[in-house]
Design a protein around this ligand. Structure first.
Ligand code: NDP
Length: 293
Protein backbone atom coordinates (compact mmCIF):
# COMPACT_ATOMS: atom_id res chain seq x y z
CA UNK A 1 0.00 0.00 0.00
CA UNK A 2 1.40 3.44 -0.89
CA UNK A 3 0.72 6.43 1.33
CA UNK A 4 -0.02 9.90 -0.02
CA UNK A 5 3.02 12.09 0.56
CA UNK A 6 2.23 15.05 2.83
CA UNK A 7 2.06 18.14 0.67
CA UNK A 8 4.89 20.54 1.47
CA UNK A 9 4.05 24.24 1.76
CA UNK A 10 5.05 26.25 -1.27
CA UNK A 11 6.77 29.47 -0.20
CA UNK A 12 8.65 32.58 -1.29
CA UNK A 13 11.98 33.83 0.02
CA UNK A 14 13.21 37.39 -0.50
CA UNK A 15 16.95 37.77 0.02
CA UNK A 16 19.69 35.39 -1.02
CA UNK A 17 22.62 36.62 1.01
CA UNK A 18 24.67 34.16 3.06
CA UNK A 19 21.76 33.42 5.38
CA UNK A 20 18.92 33.57 2.85
CA UNK A 21 20.75 31.20 0.48
CA UNK A 22 21.32 28.71 3.32
CA UNK A 23 17.60 28.80 4.21
CA UNK A 24 16.69 28.41 0.54
CA UNK A 25 18.86 25.30 0.18
CA UNK A 26 17.33 23.73 3.29
CA UNK A 27 13.78 24.22 1.94
CA UNK A 28 14.70 22.91 -1.50
CA UNK A 29 16.45 19.89 0.02
CA UNK A 30 13.31 19.15 2.04
CA UNK A 31 11.17 19.20 -1.09
CA UNK A 32 9.42 22.54 -0.69
CA UNK A 33 8.51 24.43 -3.83
CA UNK A 34 10.40 27.70 -3.46
CA UNK A 35 10.19 31.00 -5.31
CA UNK A 36 13.13 33.33 -4.69
CA UNK A 37 14.01 36.92 -5.40
CA UNK A 38 17.23 38.82 -4.80
CA UNK A 39 18.07 42.45 -5.60
CA UNK A 40 21.21 41.29 -7.42
CA UNK A 41 19.78 38.63 -9.76
CA UNK A 42 23.07 36.77 -10.29
CA UNK A 43 22.87 35.41 -6.72
CA UNK A 44 19.73 33.45 -7.67
CA UNK A 45 21.34 31.55 -10.54
CA UNK A 46 22.86 28.76 -8.44
CA UNK A 47 19.56 28.24 -6.64
CA UNK A 48 17.66 28.04 -9.92
CA UNK A 49 19.93 25.14 -10.84
CA UNK A 50 18.90 23.51 -7.55
CA UNK A 51 15.19 23.81 -8.33
CA UNK A 52 14.13 27.25 -7.11
CA UNK A 53 11.82 29.37 -9.22
CA UNK A 54 13.36 32.78 -9.72
CA UNK A 55 11.06 35.81 -9.78
CA UNK A 56 12.05 38.91 -11.72
CA UNK A 57 10.77 41.28 -9.05
CA UNK A 58 9.88 41.32 -5.37
CA UNK A 59 6.25 41.92 -6.36
CA UNK A 60 6.21 38.82 -8.57
CA UNK A 61 7.81 36.74 -5.80
CA UNK A 62 5.29 37.95 -3.21
CA UNK A 63 2.37 37.21 -5.55
CA UNK A 64 3.59 33.62 -6.07
CA UNK A 65 2.82 32.35 -2.54
CA UNK A 66 0.88 33.14 0.62
CA UNK A 67 3.90 32.41 2.83
CA UNK A 68 6.63 34.98 2.17
CA UNK A 69 9.86 34.85 4.17
CA UNK A 70 12.09 37.94 4.13
CA UNK A 71 15.80 37.68 4.99
CA UNK A 72 17.44 40.97 4.02
CA UNK A 73 20.28 42.99 5.48
CA UNK A 74 18.35 45.34 7.77
CA UNK A 75 14.96 46.93 8.32
CA UNK A 76 15.66 49.71 5.80
CA UNK A 77 16.27 47.12 3.09
CA UNK A 78 12.89 45.48 3.86
CA UNK A 79 11.20 48.86 3.43
CA UNK A 80 13.03 49.41 0.15
CA UNK A 81 12.45 45.92 -1.26
CA UNK A 82 8.72 45.88 -0.44
CA UNK A 83 7.92 49.50 -1.31
CA UNK A 84 4.85 49.50 -3.54
CA UNK A 85 4.43 45.71 -3.39
CA UNK A 86 0.86 44.48 -2.80
CA UNK A 87 0.96 42.48 0.45
CA UNK A 88 -2.78 41.78 0.66
CA UNK A 89 -3.38 38.29 2.08
CA UNK A 90 0.35 37.61 2.56
CA UNK A 91 1.70 35.71 5.57
CA UNK A 92 4.90 37.71 6.03
CA UNK A 93 7.69 36.15 8.10
CA UNK A 94 10.45 38.69 8.59
CA UNK A 95 13.78 37.10 9.58
CA UNK A 96 15.73 40.31 8.99
CA UNK A 97 17.62 41.39 12.11
CA UNK A 98 16.02 44.49 13.62
CA UNK A 99 15.42 46.24 16.92
CA UNK A 100 12.25 45.42 18.90
CA UNK A 101 10.75 48.81 17.96
CA UNK A 102 11.55 48.26 14.28
CA UNK A 103 9.98 44.79 14.42
CA UNK A 104 6.79 46.16 16.02
CA UNK A 105 6.60 49.01 13.51
CA UNK A 106 7.26 46.63 10.60
CA UNK A 107 4.47 44.31 11.81
CA UNK A 108 2.06 47.27 11.97
CA UNK A 109 3.26 48.40 8.54
CA UNK A 110 2.55 44.93 7.13
CA UNK A 111 -0.87 44.74 8.82
CA UNK A 112 -1.83 48.12 7.35
CA UNK A 113 -1.08 46.58 3.93
CA UNK A 114 -3.36 43.61 4.52
CA UNK A 115 -0.68 41.11 5.56
CA UNK A 116 -0.32 38.96 8.67
CA UNK A 117 3.11 39.18 10.23
CA UNK A 118 5.53 37.10 12.24
CA UNK A 119 8.97 38.39 13.22
CA UNK A 120 12.03 36.21 13.60
CA UNK A 121 15.51 36.55 15.10
CA UNK A 122 18.01 34.03 13.77
CA UNK A 123 20.20 32.32 16.37
CA UNK A 124 22.48 30.54 13.92
CA UNK A 125 25.21 31.14 11.39
CA UNK A 126 24.81 29.85 7.83
CA UNK A 127 26.78 26.58 8.30
CA UNK A 128 24.31 25.60 11.07
CA UNK A 129 21.32 25.85 8.71
CA UNK A 130 19.92 22.49 7.60
CA UNK A 131 22.05 20.73 10.24
CA UNK A 132 19.65 19.90 13.12
CA UNK A 133 22.42 18.66 15.43
CA UNK A 134 24.13 22.08 15.18
CA UNK A 135 21.44 23.49 17.49
CA UNK A 136 20.57 26.64 15.55
CA UNK A 137 17.09 28.11 15.86
CA UNK A 138 14.97 31.16 15.15
CA UNK A 139 13.13 33.13 17.84
CA UNK A 140 9.63 33.94 16.57
CA UNK A 141 7.14 36.45 17.91
CA UNK A 142 3.90 37.99 16.72
CA UNK A 143 0.90 36.03 15.53
CA UNK A 144 0.90 32.61 17.25
CA UNK A 145 -1.72 31.46 14.80
CA UNK A 146 0.61 32.26 11.90
CA UNK A 147 3.51 30.54 13.66
CA UNK A 148 1.49 27.37 14.16
CA UNK A 149 0.02 27.41 10.67
CA UNK A 150 3.45 27.51 9.02
CA UNK A 151 5.46 25.62 11.60
CA UNK A 152 6.05 22.60 9.36
CA UNK A 153 7.83 24.83 6.84
CA UNK A 154 9.51 27.18 9.35
CA UNK A 155 11.14 24.38 11.30
CA UNK A 156 12.92 22.97 8.22
CA UNK A 157 16.09 25.16 8.10
CA UNK A 158 16.68 25.42 11.87
CA UNK A 159 14.71 24.94 15.09
CA UNK A 160 11.98 27.31 16.25
CA UNK A 161 11.35 29.01 19.59
CA UNK A 162 8.14 31.06 19.91
CA UNK A 163 8.46 33.83 22.51
CA UNK A 164 5.13 35.68 22.45
CA UNK A 165 2.51 37.72 20.66
CA UNK A 166 4.49 40.97 20.98
CA UNK A 167 6.16 41.35 17.57
CA UNK A 168 9.22 42.89 19.22
CA UNK A 169 10.01 39.95 21.51
CA UNK A 170 11.92 37.86 18.96
CA UNK A 171 14.27 40.77 18.24
CA UNK A 172 14.56 41.48 21.97
CA UNK A 173 15.48 37.87 22.80
CA UNK A 174 17.91 37.80 19.87
CA UNK A 175 19.72 40.98 20.89
CA UNK A 176 19.68 40.05 24.60
CA UNK A 177 21.43 36.74 23.93
CA UNK A 178 23.91 38.29 21.50
CA UNK A 179 24.64 41.08 23.99
CA UNK A 180 25.50 38.47 26.62
CA UNK A 181 27.70 36.77 24.04
CA UNK A 182 29.65 39.99 23.47
CA UNK A 183 30.16 40.32 27.22
CA UNK A 184 31.60 36.80 27.18
CA UNK A 185 33.83 37.62 24.21
CA UNK A 186 35.01 40.75 26.03
CA UNK A 187 35.99 38.69 29.05
CA UNK A 188 37.78 36.15 26.87
CA UNK A 189 39.69 38.94 25.06
CA UNK A 190 40.89 40.30 28.43
CA UNK A 191 41.93 36.81 29.55
CA UNK A 192 43.93 36.17 26.36
CA UNK A 193 45.53 39.62 26.68
CA UNK A 194 46.71 38.74 30.20
CA UNK A 195 48.65 35.70 28.95
CA UNK A 196 49.62 37.22 25.59
CA UNK A 197 53.23 38.08 26.36
CA UNK A 198 53.97 35.01 28.47
CA UNK A 199 55.24 31.60 27.50
CA UNK A 200 51.72 30.18 27.65
CA UNK A 201 50.29 28.45 24.60
CA UNK A 202 46.91 30.03 23.76
CA UNK A 203 45.81 26.64 22.44
CA UNK A 204 46.42 25.08 25.87
CA UNK A 205 44.76 28.01 27.61
CA UNK A 206 41.61 28.01 25.42
CA UNK A 207 40.07 24.76 26.73
CA UNK A 208 40.61 25.92 30.33
CA UNK A 209 38.86 29.18 29.49
CA UNK A 210 35.99 27.51 27.63
CA UNK A 211 35.38 25.01 30.44
CA UNK A 212 35.41 27.77 33.05
CA UNK A 213 32.87 29.85 31.12
CA UNK A 214 30.63 26.79 30.74
CA UNK A 215 30.95 26.06 34.48
CA UNK A 216 29.96 29.65 35.36
CA UNK A 217 27.09 30.00 32.85
CA UNK A 218 24.44 28.33 35.07
CA UNK A 219 24.79 31.33 37.43
CA UNK A 220 22.16 32.98 35.20
CA UNK A 221 19.53 30.69 36.78
CA UNK A 222 20.28 32.14 40.21
CA UNK A 223 20.03 35.65 38.75
CA UNK A 224 16.60 34.78 37.35
CA UNK A 225 15.54 33.33 40.70
CA UNK A 226 16.65 36.54 42.47
CA UNK A 227 14.85 38.79 39.98
CA UNK A 228 11.62 36.80 40.33
CA UNK A 229 11.72 36.46 44.13
CA UNK A 230 13.23 39.83 45.04
CA UNK A 231 15.72 38.40 47.57
CA UNK A 232 19.13 39.03 46.02
CA UNK A 233 20.95 37.28 48.89
CA UNK A 234 19.25 33.90 48.41
CA UNK A 235 21.77 31.03 48.09
CA UNK A 236 24.62 33.48 47.38
CA UNK A 237 28.03 31.90 48.00
CA UNK A 238 30.27 34.72 46.74
CA UNK A 239 28.98 37.95 48.28
CA UNK A 240 29.37 41.30 46.57
CA UNK A 241 31.47 42.59 49.48
CA UNK A 242 34.04 39.83 48.95
CA UNK A 243 33.95 40.27 45.17
CA UNK A 244 34.48 44.05 45.29
CA UNK A 245 37.34 43.54 47.76
CA UNK A 246 38.94 41.30 45.13
CA UNK A 247 38.77 43.77 42.25
CA UNK A 248 42.13 45.49 43.02
CA UNK A 249 43.81 42.14 42.40
CA UNK A 250 42.29 42.01 38.90
CA UNK A 251 43.29 45.60 38.14
CA UNK A 252 46.82 45.19 39.52
CA UNK A 253 47.29 41.97 37.55
CA UNK A 254 46.21 43.78 34.38
CA UNK A 255 48.74 46.52 35.14
CA UNK A 256 51.51 44.00 35.85
CA UNK A 257 50.79 42.26 32.54
CA UNK A 258 50.62 45.57 30.61
CA UNK A 259 46.95 45.04 29.75
CA UNK A 260 44.36 47.80 29.52
CA UNK A 261 41.62 47.29 32.13
CA UNK A 262 39.07 49.10 29.94
CA UNK A 263 36.81 46.06 29.48
CA UNK A 264 36.73 45.26 33.21
CA UNK A 265 36.43 48.68 34.85
CA UNK A 266 32.82 49.52 33.81
CA UNK A 267 31.56 46.30 35.38
CA UNK A 268 33.67 46.74 38.52
CA UNK A 269 32.31 50.28 38.82
CA UNK A 270 28.73 48.96 38.76
CA UNK A 271 29.63 46.37 41.40
CA UNK A 272 31.07 49.13 43.62
CA UNK A 273 27.99 51.33 43.17
CA UNK A 274 25.68 48.47 44.08
CA UNK A 275 27.74 47.63 47.14
CA UNK A 276 27.61 51.29 48.23
CA UNK A 277 23.81 51.28 48.17
CA UNK A 278 23.03 47.62 48.82
CA UNK A 279 24.11 44.67 50.87
CA UNK A 280 27.50 42.99 50.74
CA UNK A 281 25.64 39.70 51.20
CA UNK A 282 24.07 40.05 47.76
CA UNK A 283 25.62 38.48 44.70
CA UNK A 284 25.79 40.32 41.38
CA UNK A 285 22.04 40.51 40.64
CA UNK A 286 21.77 44.12 41.83
CA UNK A 287 23.83 45.22 38.81
CA UNK A 288 20.80 44.36 36.66
CA UNK A 289 18.74 46.97 38.50
CA UNK A 290 21.47 49.58 38.15
CA UNK A 291 21.50 49.04 34.39
CA UNK A 292 17.73 48.88 33.94
CA UNK A 293 16.98 52.16 35.68
P1 NDP B 1 24.23 39.31 3.43
O1 NDP B 1 24.98 40.58 3.58
O2 NDP B 1 24.96 38.09 3.01
O3 NDP B 1 23.02 39.53 2.44
C1 NDP B 1 22.22 40.68 2.54
C2 NDP B 1 21.00 40.49 1.68
O4 NDP B 1 20.19 41.68 1.78
C3 NDP B 1 21.32 40.28 0.20
O5 NDP B 1 20.33 39.45 -0.35
C4 NDP B 1 21.21 41.72 -0.32
O6 NDP B 1 20.94 41.78 -1.70
C5 NDP B 1 19.99 42.18 0.46
N1 NDP B 1 19.86 43.61 0.49
C6 NDP B 1 20.64 44.52 1.15
N2 NDP B 1 20.16 45.76 0.97
C7 NDP B 1 19.06 45.65 0.21
C8 NDP B 1 18.12 46.59 -0.29
N3 NDP B 1 18.23 47.88 -0.03
N4 NDP B 1 17.09 46.13 -1.05
C9 NDP B 1 16.97 44.79 -1.31
N5 NDP B 1 17.83 43.85 -0.87
C10 NDP B 1 18.85 44.28 -0.10
O7 NDP B 1 23.51 39.07 4.84
P2 NDP B 1 22.99 37.69 5.46
O8 NDP B 1 22.26 36.91 4.45
O9 NDP B 1 24.12 37.04 6.19
O10 NDP B 1 22.00 38.22 6.57
C11 NDP B 1 20.61 38.41 6.32
C12 NDP B 1 19.95 38.67 7.66
O11 NDP B 1 20.19 37.56 8.51
C13 NDP B 1 20.51 39.94 8.34
O12 NDP B 1 19.47 40.66 8.94
C14 NDP B 1 21.45 39.34 9.38
O13 NDP B 1 21.61 40.18 10.51
C15 NDP B 1 20.73 38.05 9.73
N6 NDP B 1 21.64 37.09 10.33
C16 NDP B 1 22.79 36.71 9.67
C17 NDP B 1 23.69 35.85 10.28
C18 NDP B 1 24.94 35.43 9.60
O14 NDP B 1 25.80 34.82 10.28
N7 NDP B 1 25.11 35.68 8.31
C19 NDP B 1 23.43 35.33 11.67
C20 NDP B 1 22.16 35.72 12.21
C21 NDP B 1 21.32 36.59 11.59
P3 NDP B 1 22.15 41.89 -2.75
O15 NDP B 1 22.60 40.49 -3.02
O16 NDP B 1 21.53 42.56 -3.91
O17 NDP B 1 23.22 42.74 -2.11
Amino acid sequence: MTRNPVEKTSLTLLGLGAMGAAFARAWLAAGHQLTVWNRTPSRAAALAAEGARVADSAAEAVAANTLVVVCLLDDASVEEALAGVDLTGTDLVNLTTSTPAQARARAEWARARGARCLDGGIMAVPPMVGVPEAGGYVFYSGSRELFERHHDALRVPVGTVYVGEDAGFAALHDVALLSAMYGMFAGAAHAFALIRKEDIDPASFAPLLADWLVAMAPAVHQTADHLRGGDYTKDVVSGLGMQVAGTPTFLSTAEEQGVSPELLTPYFELMRRRLAEGSGEEGLTGVVDLLAR
